[in-house]
Design a protein around this ligand. Structure first.
Ligand code: T4K
Length: 406
């Protein structure tokens, strides 16, 4: 239990944990089951190229997402690149795709990588989701598509975005990297727009080491994406598209299946963690858990808070430093808007105020099955002590960095 500034590890106190508590610790599921599946793959002598584990994984993800097709891939970034490069997007170099400011760089990079221009849109100040009203103002004759991002598993305003896309003849894709198991009202994330993309990166709620998927109800799109991931080979083994190699291998599928087996329990655990964090953090000035709309289901994979410097007495980055010294490896997701990334900062004067404010305030705290109630109480205690002494923590830190600079 920490009482004052002197107890904080940043200023010489004993760290709250002897081992790191991390955001993004992989949800591996039952190791024995994983090893059984690996043995199955090794016994089959079938390690990649659309093997049985990959097909089983695809069937289960499609069922969970409520869609006809799951095209599994080596990661979500390539999945987005493949959608942007698809003939139905129809982009020529310099054509535009509207993306939200608040997301992981992969969303904008997928557009830039295909030679199109990401046009960055501001977000809702509370949810951090793409603002459909501003999307409409950004549409030009060169716009080809909109990418909505279900940030932290929150559903975008999918119906409004679908209407905007339809009335302007645009493709609509959703980057659902963090949103497996989430819903919009009662409908699973996965079937909105023309296609959605999941990530199964090691840090996601379901992990396949590295992995991703395009999910869609569009039969023709799914067929094209299956060909593109496999060097363009279509039915009958004929190359009908420019292709790449983006297949999900059997080891990845074995991990994906095993992690998927644990998803329901993981979501229950995450939800309990979220509620406990809310109770523990209640009343700490300037620290607010991001609230998820109750009509949609969230997987609670990300425990997000905002830190308002004026009310908390210290900046998010300093709180992050305090926590890391305690071996609490929080993450500032996301700390840079897409319009601020060097390759896309074409108009340096352009300000997207809602995204910029969130980028300066957001912090992801450790959660997941490896994080229990005692951990959450200890983490919240460290935050409480840092904020209770916010001005002192800030001035001590300033004095120390000034000493180092001299
Ligand atoms: N769209 C969105 C909205 C996304 O959030 C992402 C990925 C994508 C697209 C692209 O998906 P993929 O192409 O990756 O499938 C991590 C992940 O690497 C990235 O996949 C994820 N978003 C992003 C939110 O988080 P970093 O740069 O924060 O990774 P890193 O190495 O700093 O690790 C984060 C934390 O996870 C650390 O506390 C360490 C911990 N960790 C990480 C790994 C790899 C582990 O405990 N074990 C591990 O094996 O990006």
């Amino acid at each position: 239990m920490k009482h004052g500034t002197q107890d904080l590890a940043l200023f010489g106190g004993t760290p709250a944990f002897v081992e790191d508590r991390r955001v993004g610790r992989p949800n591996q599921g039952d190791r024995r089951r994983f090893l059984d599946r690996m043995n199955q793959a090794l016994d089959n002598e079938w390690l990649s190229n659309m093997g049985p584990l990959m097909h089983e994984f695809e069937d289960r993800v499609a069922e969970l997402a409520g869609v006809r097709h799951c095209v599994s891939l080596c990661n979500a970034t390539v999945a987005l690149q493949m959608l942007i490069g698809d003939e139905a997007t129809g982009g020529a170099p310099g054509d535009e795709v509207i993306v939200p400011a608040l997301t992981f760089p992969a969303t904008a990079h997928a557009v830039g990588w295909r030679g199109l221009r990401p046009v960055v849109c501001d977000v809702d100040p509370v949810t951090g989701l793409i603002d459909p009203e501003q999307v409409e103002t950004l549409i030009t004759p060169r716009t080809r598509a909109i990418i909505g991002v279900h940030v932290w598993g929150q559903a975008c305003d999918v119906r409004r975005l679908e209407k905007i896309a339809e009335s302007n003849g645009l493709r609509l894709y959703f980057d659902a990297a963090p949103a497996l198991g989430c819903t919009h009202n009662d409908t699973p994330i996965g079937g909105f727009g023309n296609a959605e993309v999941f990530s199964f990166h090691a840090t996601k709620i379901v992990n396949s080491f590295e992995g991703g998927a395009i999910v869609t109800d569009d039969d023709a799109l799914a067929e094209r994406m299956r060909a593109v991931r496999n060097f363009g080979f279509g039915p009958g083994g004929r190359v009908g598209h420019i292709g790449t190699n983006a297949k999900l291998n059997e080891a990845a599928a074995a991990m994906g299946l095993t992690s998927l087996d644990a998803l329901a329990d993981t979501m229950i655990h995450n939800r309990a963690n979220y509620e406990l964090y809310r109770a523990e953090l209640a009343g700490i000035p300037g620290v607010r858990p991001v609230e998820y709309a109750s009509q949609h289901r969230n997987n609670h994979h990300y425990m997000m808070i905002t830190v308002d410097e004026a009310a908390a007495g210290l900046h998010r980055d300093l709180l992050l430093g305090v926590l890391r010294a305690e071996r609490i490896l929080a993450q500032p997701y996301f700390s840079q808007g897409m319009h601020q990334l060097q390759p896309y900062a074409e108009d340096p004067g352009r300000s997207l105020p809602h995204a910029e404010e969130l980028c300066g305030q957001l912090l992801a705290l450790p959660t997941g099955p490896a994080v229990g109630a005692d951990d959450i109480k200890t983490i919240s205690d460290a935050i409480r002590v840092a904020v209770a002494n916010g001005p002192e923590v800030t001035s001590l830190h300033r004095a120390r960095t000034a000493d180092v600079d001299e």
